[in-house]
Write a protein that binds this ligand. Structure first.
Ligand code: F6R
Length: 366
C-alpha cells in the first residue's frame, strides 16, 4: 500500500509529479489556449464582479492560500485577503454579496473552515471550494468548486495536497486574468506552457534526494531553525517551517526574509540553521544581501537555489538546486526540497513520520 516506500509521506512526496498532472488534466489545454474549469465557467460573473476574494483555510491549506494571494494579485489584479478560518469566523468579519470566498481544504472536513463557509454564505457571498476529498462536507457546502484530484493523502503532514492546491489556484488565477483582460494572450500562453512543464521539473527536483539526506544529517540535531523567503516564496518558508515542526518536533519559524532585521536576526548564531529560498528573479539580490547578514553573524545557511546558481553557492554552507521556471510557479518547486528535508530529519530522529504525536489528519473539532 506504500508502493515500496518506507512511509506514506515519502510516497506522497514522490507522487507529486503525477498528482499535479492529475490536477491540471482536462483543465489546462495548451494547444487550444484555454483553461476549462466548469465550476468557474458556470459562475464567471460572480468572479468577475467580485470586489475582492477572501481565502479561508487552516494550516498548510492556509499557506497555499497565501501563495494564491500573490498569484491572484499579480495575474488577475483582484484584491485578495487570506484568513485563518478560525480567526475569520469569530471576529465579526465584513462580508458582502460582492465578495467571493475561496475555502481551501484537503480533507474537506475541517470544522473551522466549514463554519467560516456557513458564515460567508449567510452574508450572501459566493463560496468556492478547493478540496481534495470528493463528496466531503466542504465540497458539499460550497456553491461551486474545483477538486485537486491529488489522490488519497494518508500521511498527516500535508505534501501533495499543498502543491495541487497551488496548481488549482494558479489555473483559476490565469483563467480570471484572461477573462478580465489583465493578461496578454502571449503571457497567458507562456504561463500555460510553463505550468505544463512543472511535473517534469518536480521530478527533477526530487532527484536531489540523496544530497538532501546529507544536508538533513548535518542539521538534524538543531534545536531551532529559521526559514526565509520573499514574495511568492514567503509562504513556502512558512510551510517549510510547519513541516519540520510537525514531524521532527524541532522548533522552526518561517519569516519574510526582509523581516529578519526587525527582530529574529537576534537569534542568529553558529547554532542556527537558516533555510533560505533564493531562486533567481524573485528579488534575488535582496535575498543575497539577507544571506550576507546571516553569514556575518555566523548563522548556517542552506540555500534553495535555481540550477546553476553561483552567488548563493559562494556564501552558503549548502545549496539545494531546483529547475528554473517562471517566478510565480517557483513555489511548486522550492517546496519539494523542504518536504524532503523535514522527512529525512524526522526519520533520522526516529519520529513517527506518518502519524506525529498530537496531530490528526482531519481536524473536526473547533
Ligand atoms: C499540515 C497539516 C494541517 C492541515 C490543516 C488543514 O501538514 O496537515 O496543518 O493542513 O489541518 O487541513 P485541511 O486542508 O484538511 O482543511
Amino acid at each position: 500500500e506504500k508502493g515500496g516506500y518506507e512511509h506514506f509521506m515519502l510516497k506522497e512526496i514522490h507522487e507529486q509529479p503525477n498528482a499535479i498532472k492529475d490536477t491540471y488534466r482536462g483543465r489546462l489545454r495548451v494547444k487550444e489556449g484555454i483553461i476549462k474549469m466548469a465550476g468557474v465557467d458556470d459562475n464567471l460573473e460572480r468572479f468577475l464582479n467580485a470586489n475582492r476574494i477572501i481565502v479561508v483555510a487552516c494550516g498548510t491549506s492556509w499557506h497555499a492560500g497565501l501563495v494564491a494571494e500573490y498569484i491572484f494579485e499579480d495575474l488577475a489584479r483582484i484584491p485578495v485577503e487570506v484568513e485563518y478560518a478560525s480567526e475569520f469566523r469569530y471576529r465579526n468579519p465584513v462580508i458582502t454579496e460582492k465578495d467571493v470566498v475561496i475555502a481551501i481544504s484537503q480533507s474537506g472536513e475541517t470544522a473551522d473552515t466549514l463554519a467560516a463557509i456557513k458564515l460567508a454564505k449567510s452574508k450572501g457571498a459566493f463560496v468556492f471550494g478547493v478540496c481534495n476529498v470528493v463528496g466531503s462536507s466542504i465540497a458539499r457546502e460550497t456553491h461551486a468548486g474545483a477538486y485537486t484530484h491529488a489522490g488519497p493523502e494518508i500521511g498527516v503532514a500535508s505534501t501533495k495536497a499543498f502543491t495541487t492546491q497551488i496548481t488549482v489556484l494558479t489555473l483559476l488565477a490565469l483563467k480570471l486574468a484572461k477573462a478580465n483582460g489583465n493578461i496578454s494572450i502571449s503571457e497567458f500562453h507562456k504561463h500555460l506552457t510553463e505550468l505544463e512543464l512543472i511535473p517534469n521539473k518536480v521530478a527533477e527536483a526530487l532527484k536531489a534526494d540523496d544530497h538532501i539526506k546529507t544536508v538533513a544529517a548535518t542539521y538534524k540535531d538543531a534545536k531551532n531553525c529559521l526559514y526565509l523567503g520573499r514574495g511568492f516564496n514567503f509562504p513556502v518558508a512558512l510551510e517549510g517551517a510547519l513541516k519540520l515542526k510537525e514531524i521532527s518536533y524541532i522548533h522552526a519559524e518561517g519569516y519574510p526574509a526582509a523581516e529578519m532585521k526587525h527582530g529574529p536576526i537576534a537569534l542568529i548564531d553558529d547554532q542556527m540553521p537558516v533555510f533560505v529560498i533564493a531562486t533567481k528573479k524573485g528579488h534575488y539580490e535582496k535575498v543575497v544581501s539577507n544571506i550576507q547578514e546571516i553569514k556575518s553573524r555566523s548563522g548556517k545557511i542552506i540555500g534553495i537555489v535555481t540550477e546553476g546558481d553561483e552567488d548563493v553557492k559562494e556564501l552558503a554552507d549548502h545549496v539545494i538546486e531546483v529547475p528554473e521556471t517562471l517566478e510565480l510557479l517557483t513555489p511548486l518547486l522550492t517546496t519539494i526540497p523542504l518536504q524532503l528535508l523535514s522527512y529525512h530529519i524526522a526519520v533520522m530522529l526516529d519520529k513517527n513520520v506518518d502519524q506525529p504525536r498530537n496531530l490528526a489528519k482531519s481536524v473536526t473539532v473547533e
